[in-house]
Design a protein around this ligand. Structure first.
Ligand SMILES: *Cc1c(COP(=O)(O)O)cnc(C)c1O
Length: 224
C-alpha cells in the first residue's frame, strides 16, 4: 500500500499553525515511514511497544516517537529511553512508573493524560473526578522526571459529527479547567484529539495535535 502524498500535503497545509500532525504508522512498514520522513514529517505515532522498538532501531534518530496506545506498566522501561511523548497515561500508578524509569535514564518524559470522553465503556482514561483527585495528590509534584503536557482523548466510534463535536468540546473544557494547575511538571500546552475521520471537527473544537493514520497510509489490515 502506497503512502498518500497528496493527502499528506493537503493535511499539512490545512493544519498549518493550528495543530501538529502525528502520522500514525502502526502496522505500516519502515519504508512507508521513510517516505513521509523524506517530505519533512518528524512526528510518528505507534501503538505497540514491540513494533515501535523494532521500527525505531531502523529509522533516523531525529524522529519524534509518540506512543499512542495503552501502555502497560511492565513495558514502560522499553519506551522511556527514546520516546518523545506518551499520549495514553490513564493512571497515577502508570505516571509513577514512567517517572521511575525516566529517572533511571536521567530524562524528563513528556506525557498526556488520557481522558474518557466516548460513550463506549471500553475506552481507557480518566474522568473529571479522577483528574481532580490526581491534581490534588501531593505526590504529583514530586515526580520530577515526567512532564504533563496536556490531555488526550478519543471520541465515540460513530458517524454522528455533532456528538463527536460535543465530546471534543467537553475535552477542551477540561483542558481549560485544569490548565491553571500547570506547574514545574505540568505544562498544559497540548490537546491531542482527532483522527482520520474526525480531525476537522477536533480542530474546530481546539485540538493542537491530531493523530492521523489511514488517510496517510491507507486502511490497516487490523484495527484498534
Ligand atoms: C490508530 C489510532 C489513530 C489513527 O487512526 P486513523 O483512523 O487511522 O487515523 C489515532 N489515535 C489512536 C489512539 C489510534 O490508536
Amino acid at each position: 500500500m502506497a503512502v498518500n502524498i497528496t493527502a499528506y500535503k493537503s493535511i499539512i497545509e490545512e493544519l498549518k499553525d493550528k495543530a501538529t500532525l502525528i502520522a500514525v504508522s502502526k502496522t505500516k512498514t519502515v519504508s512507508d515511514i521513510k517516505e513521509l520522513y523524506k517530505l519533512g514529517q518528524k512526528d510518528f505515532g505507534e501503538n505497540y511497544v514491540q513494533e515501535l522498538i523494532e521500527k525505531q532501531s531502523q529509522l533516523p534518530e531525529d524522529i519524534q516517537w509518540h506512543f499512542i496506545g495503552h501502555l502497560q506498566s511492565n513495558k514502560v522501561k522499553f519506551v522511556v529511553p527514546f520516546v518523545y511523548l506518551i499520549h495514553g497515561v490513564d493512571s497515577f500508578k502508570l505516571l509513577k512508573e514512567i517517572n521511575k524509569q525516566a529517572q533511571k535514564v536521567n530524562k524528563v518524559v513528556n506525557c498526556l493524560l488520557q481522558v474518557h470522553i466516548a460513550q463506549e465503556e471500553t475506552k481507557f482514561g480518566f474522568n473529571q473526578e479522577e483528574l481532580d483527585i490526581l491534581f490534588a495528590n501531593k505526590e504529583l509534584k514530586d515526580l520530577h522526571n515526567i512532564k504533563i503536557m496536556g490531555l488526550m482523548g478519543m471520541a465515540s466510534f460513530t458517524n454522528d459529527l455533532q456528538k463527536i463535536g460535543e465530546e471534543f468540546a467537553q475535552l477542551k473544557r477540561l483542558f481549560d479547567q485544569f490548565r491553571p494547575f500547570a506547574n514545574h511538571n505540568a505544562e498544559f500546552t497540548t490537546l491531542s484529539m482527532g483522527m482520520s475521520s474526525d480531525y476537522k471537527t477536533a480542530i474546530e473544537e481546539g485540538s493542537t495535535m491530531v493523530r492521523i493514520g489511514s488517510l496517510l497510509f491507507g486502511a490497516r489490515t487490523y484495527q484498534d
